[in-house]
Write a protein of this length. Structure first.
Length: 292
């Protein structure tokens, strides 16, 4: 199987200029700033997921690729390589997720990572694809006013339609962790629902968007989900327990950790960042093949 990572470095002046010329929205630090942890995601994949064949780093342009990246080992994929030109530039991962299956050379089975998700303990293929299905847990949700939940609900509704299911009072959403996916299923669902997908694509995130849960929810409704949960731990930096995160990294109780950014003062960001980087370096001190 392969791994796909979507990545943004909000410090990049080329990216900033494009953002400012394209949208009037302010740049949200919690969504676009770089914590410097990408190399530890890559080290985690190499160390704890030896079954991953290829890793694809999805970025808006070459200026987004860190200088330390070894391009002979890490497959750099630009937005323009797989997203149709009318929908570019884009500063929103949701349209990207609609087209991941178009990445050239991508394996039938692939794990999709946001850049705040990290393997921190040994994993097996069976953790993600047991018995020929995908292994990921699901939650049942009622309507919620947050934009994220709106997008999850939108994705569930279209997945139900594609699967020939009736509308329901609840909607489902998968665990917030790296997502196991099937390329051919994503292609099939995209073709079947393209007319509904295209009007939802937007340069910046809106409540009308869909996300990759469209494809995963479809698998759920088609009985292609094992019911097995991914061993995942979630932390929000809103709680400020960066020392607790550091302790977890040294003795992880779960195989994957997601560390969500939040609104932070610059002083707190710098302090938290240094502690996180030190903890990751202690856990994963050896350079990966993806680094020069």
């Amino acid at each position: 199987m392969d791994a796909v990572i979507t990545y943004v470095d909000g410090r990049d002046p080329v990216w900033q200029k494009s953002y400012e010329e394209t949208t009037s929205e302010p740049i949200l630090d919690k969504r676009f700033r770089d914590w410097g942890t990408l190399k530890y995601l890559l080290r985690g994949i190499e160390t704890f997921m030896p079954f991953v064949k290829n890793v694809y780093l999805v970025v808006s342009g070459n200026s987004q690729v860190p200088a330390w990246v070894n391009r002979e080992k890490l497959h750099v994929v630009l937005h323009e390589d797989f997203v149709p030109a009318p929908y570019l530039p884009v500063f929103n991962c949701n349209p990207l997720e609609m087209y991941l299956h178009r990445i050239k050379g991508l394996d039938e089975r692939f794990l999709y990572f946001n850049d705040d998700m990290f393997p921190v303990a040994p994993c097996t293929e069976d953790d993600f694809y047991p018995d020929g299905k995908i292994g990921i847990g699901f939650y049942k949700c009622l309507w919620h006013k947050s934009m994220y939940k709106q997008i999850c609900r939108n994705s569930d509704r279209l997945a139900r339609q594609a699967a020939g299911k009736k509308k329901g009072c609840f909607f489902v959403r998968p665990q917030h962790t790296c997502t196991p996916m099937f390329k051919s299923v994503s292609e099939k669902v995209f073709v079947a629902t393209e007319k509904q997908i295209l009007p939802t694509l937007s340069t910046i995130r809106t409540g009308e968007n869909l996300n990759q849960y469209l494809y995963v929810d479809y698998l759920y409704y088609m009985g292609q989900v094992s019911g097995k949960r991914i061993s995942n731990k979630h932390y929000s930096l809103a709680l400020g327990k960066v020392d607790k995160i550091g302790a977890f990294l040294q003795n992880p109780t779960h195989k994957i950790v997601c560390i969500n950014d939040v609104h932070l003062s610059q002083a707190k960001f710098e302090a938290y960042r240094q502690k996180l980087l030190a903890a990751f370096e202690k856990r994963l001190p050896v350079k990966s093949a993806f680094e020069l």
